[in-house]
Design a protein around this ligand. Structure first.
Ligand SMILES: [Mg+2]
Ligand SMILES: [Zn+2]
Length: 373
């Protein structure tokens, strides 16, 4: 149903949007009218048609983004009316006598400018209802958060290097840890060389690691953080082949922004591992990796000021980054593991929340209103 009113210089058209007619049909009709100079379009949506009306209005705004103004009025809880005005020089130059009609039509528009945020609120609620939480959160400009995950015993329930070591049979071939003091990557290189010697292909080691069980609720937690616009990085003393392949196998690669770990490749049918770095600045950490420096460098590289850092870990090498957190941040040490114990005698300004499962962390973040469902 539509009607057309012609005033001295403004064309007003009212369109009643029904939920049964496709958005595209309403849109085409609306565009046709708005392409005329000095045109005013009133979209009426009732009940179920409110969503369709909003869709048409948003599409129109997208198409005419510089020349259109939207105004929303709700007369009752069930009714939303959109007024779309096509503006041009003539319209705004019409302060000359005789163009009073334009001022009558335009007067709600000036009020509408002040109510512009109201429109944003409606869009936010709608996105939220439809489950587009990520977009909704972006719109409100909520907290800028970074989540840092350790890999072994945190994302996965176990240690990937130990899984590799356990492939060595007979066990008397397992190299002695004491022969490689303070050098984990050299020790692991020896392990990989022996695995090659007993003729287990490198791909098989990676496959076994990829099948490691995640800690309960961890994938759900990571996906929820991602959906809530929280940036996710992984910092681990394992290696790139293990972590990338595990994330890929568990369909989590796309949600992780960066992985900081010892680089590894397959060469000559064996895994070759390199230290992530060589450092002696930090006494807390091993020479090949300071996770505290990784978190700082990541924040610098993204040029972002994070309002809150969430750190998830279990081990000794997670202490340094946790001690560097601020009072706005939260440390999540795994209950009963080394980090949790170390935090009894070391003080971090961050809030400390020990956990047993990813599910527990998910519920904590939800009840703290840091993430939506
Ligand atoms: Mg760990
Ligand atoms: Zn460190």
């Amino acid at each position: 149903m539509s009607s057309l009113t012609t005033t001295e210089s403004v064309l007003v058209k009212e369109l009643f949007v029904s939920s049964k007619t496709p958005v595209q049909c309403h849109f085409t009709r609306a565009v046709k009218h708005l392409e005329l100079d000095n045109s005013v379009l009133i979209l009426n949506g009732l009940g179920k048609a409110i969503n369709t009306t909003i869709d048409v209005a948003l599409k129109l705004q997208e198409k005419f983004h510089n020349t259109i103004k939207l105004d929303i009025q709700t007369s009752t809880a069930d009714v939303k009316v959109f007024l779309a005005l096509r503006l041009d020089d003539v319209a705004f130059a019409s302060t000359i006598p005789g163009s009073y009609d334009i001022w009558i039509v335009f007067s709600p528009l000036f009020i509408a400018d002040a109510l512009c945020t109201y429109f944003n609120v409606i869009v936010l609620i709608r996105l939220y209802i439809e489950g587009h939480i990520k977009e909704a959160v972006t719109r409100t400009g909520l907290e800028n958060m970074l989540a840092v995950f350790d890999f072994d015993h945190t994302i996965v329930d176990g240690n990937s290097d130990v899984v590799a070591i356990d492939l060595i049979n007979p066990t008397n071939l397992v190299p002695n840890r004491k022969d490689f003091p303070n050098n984990w990557t050299q020790y692991m290189q020896r392990v990989f060389d022996i695995i090659k010697y007993i003729e287990i292909p490198a791909e098989q080691i990676i496959d076994v690691v990829s099948l490691m069980r995640p800690n309960d609720g961890m994938p759900k937690l990571m996906r929820a953080l991602y959906e809530n616009n929280v940036e996710i990085i992984v910092a681990s003393d394992s290696n790139s082949l293990f972590i990338y392949n595990w994330l890929k196998h568990n369909k989590l690669s796309d949600i992780v922004s960066s992985v900081y770990t010892n680089p590894a490749t397959i060469a000559d049918s064996a895994i070759k591992i390199e230290p992530y770095t060589v450092q002696n600045k930090c006494n807390w950490c091993t020479t090949n990796m300071c996770k505290g420096a990784i978190v700082e460098e990541y924040a610098l590289s993204t040029n972002k000021k994070y309002d809150k850092i969430l750190y998830f870990g279990d081990g000794k090498n997670d202490l340094c980054p946790v001690l560097k957190l601020t009072k706005n941040d939260i440390a999540f040490p795994r209950l009963g593991y080394i980090l949790e114990n170390l935090l009894k005698s070391h003080t971090t300004p961050a809030k400390v929340i020990p956990w047993r499962t990813g599910e527990y962390i998910y519920e904590f973040l939800k009840s703290s209103k840091l993430i939506s469902a």
